[in-house]
Write a protein of this length. Structure first.
Length: 557
């Protein structure tokens, strides 16, 4: 017995004891891949705040759309950031305009939108849908755009949407967003520590850092935007709404025929009571945001002779032109307006201009009865809009287009079947004044994304060919972004560059080259960068798997 006790004591003496034992200061390949994938998926998935889907969308369609946006966020994150920036500018613009209306009417509290910032984001993402009634065939439910909400606010008819309604529909969670930010911040902190301690950073980590930075930008731009809203707020039909719906439909692209892109309001000349005989030379000032300012000749139509100013210059939204001949034909489907319109009506078919009668218009279908009813209802609202603009003259150019042919209602996009997530680079879909800034931001974001990956040109690559391919793809992405950014900035200052942009956008040859050559090359570069970030781990230096010594950053004696 004594012998056994002595042996036990001896064994215990031989056993080493530790109060704290640190884990090995290394990581495995699987740990690296899982960490980057987790950060990548969390950043891309949770940062996406998509707009309200169409009314007939199903779960499968929504999931497919979200998957497409996730892929877009992985291979071209600057497009997602630019989309968020466009929506941020639009919401900011709408918020500012609503506040002006509140101040103008001396309202102490904006009852319709208690939380104006979140409410404006809700409106911009298609959260307000309106019942149309009999003035639109089929009685569809249409989404109000930012400009549609702005029109309602301008005339004091903003819909009553309570903040709690928005929060109830939104799946946003501040805690969840904060956790994602912490996870992304840890990835950046770890990378900085590796660089500071002269440890190599893998290509996969560099690629992940790019998406982390984009995720931070998305959160900053979309923090107030409601998340994952399936069903919008439906604005129930009331009698006063019919005239708003009629005018909005007549001005918006949703009423266009796909073959001619001519709206119902295009030929309607507005005659204010006190300004029916003051129209002079052939000159047009397009309303702010009007689609006509992009291509005046195509917008006004192929008249006998057309000239954009004598020296070929175009200033802001002013366009001057020459019209030879005084006889203007009228499309057969528009002859009915001359039979039913009265002198007291302000919105009348122009007597010297009919867009649908010009030679490039091939579609001449009879007008439905609801089109005549829309015209009658729109007459009531246009007078109200004109009177309000007389009280606030700064908005006349926003809502009306002045011309020697007459005064016309500006063709802004007020309603749509849904609000798309990705805006057009030539026209945002609303608030056209921001399009130049959007294009510049997109180009700079692309150059930053390419520059980040180009910074790894001297890192370890499994083969020399992969190194040069990585450098080439990164350089192409970054350099193209810088060139486009400078070009877009120049178009805002130098008229010649704006004319060049207009030529490029309307050239079929250049458009084909962009879609068939440059587009696929751009896609190949992006796919290679992402794929190479993963496959480069098949051969990597041993220092890749060492982790930073965090104790060197802690205060100690």
């Amino acid at each position: 017995m004594a012998f056994m006790v002595s042996m036990l004591v001896e064994n215990m003496a031989r056993t080493a004891h530790h109060s704290w034992f640190s884990a090995p200061n290394e990581r495995g390949t699987w740990d690296l891949i899982i960490s980057c994938l987790l950060t990548l998926v969390v950043c891309v998935w949770s940062a996406l705040h998509l707009n309200v889907p169409t009314e007939d969308s199903r779960l499968r369609n929504r999931n497919v759309k979200r998957l497409r946006w996730i892929l877009l966020g992985i291979f071209a994150p600057e497009l997602v950031v630019s989309t968020a920036f466009a929506q941020f500018l639009t919401a900011k613009w709408l918020c500012r305009e609503i506040r002006k209306d509140v101040k103008w009417r001396k309202q102490e509290v904006q009852r319709a939108l208690e939380s104006i910032r979140q409410g404006c984001y809700f409106a911009v993402m298609g959260g307000c849908r309106i019942q149309t009634g009999d003035c639109i065939a089929g009685n569809p439910r249409l989404s109000l755009t930012a400009e549609g909400v702005r029109l309602l606010s301008f005339l004091g008819r903003l819909p009553e949407i309570q903040e709690k309604q928005i929060k109830d529909k939104s799946k946003a969670d501040g805690l969840a967003k904060s956790l994602v930010v912490l996870q992304a911040g840890w990835m950046i902190l770890q990378t900085i520590a590796r660089v500071q301690q002269h440890l190599p950073v893998s290509l996969l980590e560099i690629n992940t850092i790019g998406h982390v930075i984009c995720a931070f930008a998305l959160y900053a731009l979309w923090w107030s935007k409601p998340l994952d809203i399936k069903d919008p707020v439906l604005i129930r039909r009331e009698e006063w709404m019919d005239k708003f719906v009629s005018l909005m439909w007549m001005c918006s692209p949703i009423c266009w025929n796909k073959d001619d892109y001519i709206s119902e309001i295009r030929c309607m000349n507005y005659l204010p009571p006190a300004q029916r005989d003051v129209l002079k030379p052939h000159k047009t000032h397009f309303s702010v945001g009007s689609i006509g300012a992009r291509d005046p000749k195509k917008f006004i139509g192929p008249l006998e002779e057309f000239q954009v100013d004598a020296d070929g210059q175009q200033l802001d939204h002013d366009v001057s032109y020459v019209i030879s001949g005084t006889t203007i034909n009228v499309a057969k489907e528009h002859e009915i307006f001359f039979q039913i319109q009265k002198s007291h009506q302000g919105l009348q078919h122009s007597k010297n201009y009919c867009r649908r009668a010009l030679k490039d218009c091939d579609t001449h279908e009879p007008l439905p009865e609801c089109a005549i009813e829309r015209w009658r209802l729109a007459n009531e609202l246009v007078d109200e809009l004109w009177i309000e603009c007389e009280k606030r003259p700064d908005y006349s150019d926003f809502f009306f287009t002045t011309s020697s042919l007459g005064i016309f209602v500006g063709e802004l996009i007020y309603v749509s079947d849904h609000i798309p997530n990705l805006p057009s680079l030539s026209y945002l879909g609303s608030v056209n004044v921001h399009r130049d800034m959007l294009k510049s931001v997109l180009a700079f974001a692309g150059s930053a994304y390419g520059g980040l990956h180009l910074s790894a040109w001297n890192d370890y690559f499994p083969t020399q060919e992969e190194r040069w391919l990585w450098i080439s793809c990164s350089l192409a992405t970054g350099a193209s972004g810088i060139i486009l950014a400078l070009f877009f900035l120049a178009t805002q200052k130098i008229r010649a560059f704006e004319n060049l942009e207009h030529f490029i956008r309307n050239s079929r040859t250049l458009t084909w080259m962009g879609a068939s050559v440059l587009g696929p090359l751009f896609l190949v570069c992006r796919v290679f960068i992402v794929v190479e970030a993963f496959i480069s781990l098949r051969r990597a230096p041993a220092e890749i798997y060492k982790t930073p010594e965090w104790s060197s950053y802690l205060p100690h004696l």
